[in-house]
Design a protein around this ligand. Sequence first.
Ligand code: PMP
Length: 349
Amino acid sequence: MELVKESIKNLKEYKTNKIDFKIKLDANEGKNILLQDIYKEGIKFNEDFNLNFYPDNDAYLLKQEIKKYLNVDTSNIIAGNGSSEMIELVIKTFVDKGEIILSPIPTFSMYSVFSQIYSAQFIGIQSNEDFKVDIDKLIEKSNELNPKVIFICNPNNPTGNLINKNDIKKLLENTNGLVVVDEAYMEFAEGSMVDEISNYENLIVLRTLSKALGLAGIRLGYMTANQKIIDVINKVKSPYNLNAISQYIGVKALKNKDKIFEYIEEVKNEREFLYKELNEMKIKAYKSYANFIFFKWDINNLYEKLIDYGILIRKFSDELEGYYRVSVGNKNENERFIKILKEIIENEK
Ligand code: PMP
C-alpha cells in the first residue's frame, strides 16, 4: 500500500487465536469472580444509564472506586480502553519522531509496536541469561542513550520475573526520562510503585482490570502518576475514550474488590504447583510472580501437540523460539495440562 506511512510499512498485525480449545491458557486472563453478581443482577440500561448520551469523559464514579482500590487521589488517575491505550497515550504525549524508548527485553510486545507506530526508536536491553533485569546496565544505557521513556514491565510478561522496588527507585533517580512501570500483574506479586507517585516526578504506573480482576472483556485499564503528568496526558486523550458500559461494570466490580483476594491466593498456590511439576519433569520453568509460567522446551511442535488435546498456550518465535508461556488456570485445568505434558513426553520416547 503506497500511501501508508513509512514507519508502519513493516508492522505485523496483532493476531489473536481463533483455534477451537477446551482449556484456554494463552492470554493470562483471570476468573470472572467480580462479574458473577453483575451477571445475576443484569444491567438495567434505561435506569442505570442512557446509552444515547456520551459516557462521562472524566470517568468520575470509576475513579472514585480506583481511588479506594489503590489509595491514590482521583486527580492522579486516567482510565481508558485497556492499559494498552495507556501505553499508547504515554508515547503519543511524550515521544517525538526518532526519540528513544528503552526497555529490558524480552517483554510485552506493545511497547515496541507503539514505538514503531509513532516513529520512535525502540531499544531493547537484553536481560540476563535467567531473564533477570540488570538495573545497573539499564541505568548505564539510559545515561548513554538519553531515552524519553523507559518501560518496565513488573512482573514481566512473558518471563514472570520481578524487579524489586529499590532497583526501580534507583532507575528513577538516575535517568532524565519518564519511567513507566506496567503493573498489569502486580496483584499476584508484591512491590507496587503506586505509593511512590508523589515522590517521583518521572513515574507513571499502569494497571488493568484484565488480569487479577478478571475483566479482560470490558477493556479497562488506567494509569496513575503525579498531577502534572496526568494533566498533560489528559490533553492528548481522546474524548469519551472509555465507554459507558465498561465504566458501569468497572464500578460495580470494584465495589466488590475484596472478593478477589482468595482467588489471588489460589493462583499463587496453583502457580507453585505448575512450577514444581514442570521442574520435576526436567522442563526449565522460570520462577514467576504473575499468573503465568514461562518455560523452555525443545520438543518439536509442543504448541500444536497441546492443541490436539484442546489446550491452548502461548508460543514464541524468533529469539524466543522454543519458549512457551502457560497461564495459571484452575486446579482441574492445571492438572490436565500437566497430565497431557507427561503423555506427550512419554510419546516422544
Ligand atoms: N501490559 C501487559 C504487561 C500485558 O501483559 C497486557 C495484556 N497482555 C497489557 C498491558 C494490556 O492489557 P489490557 O489492555 O487488557 O489492559
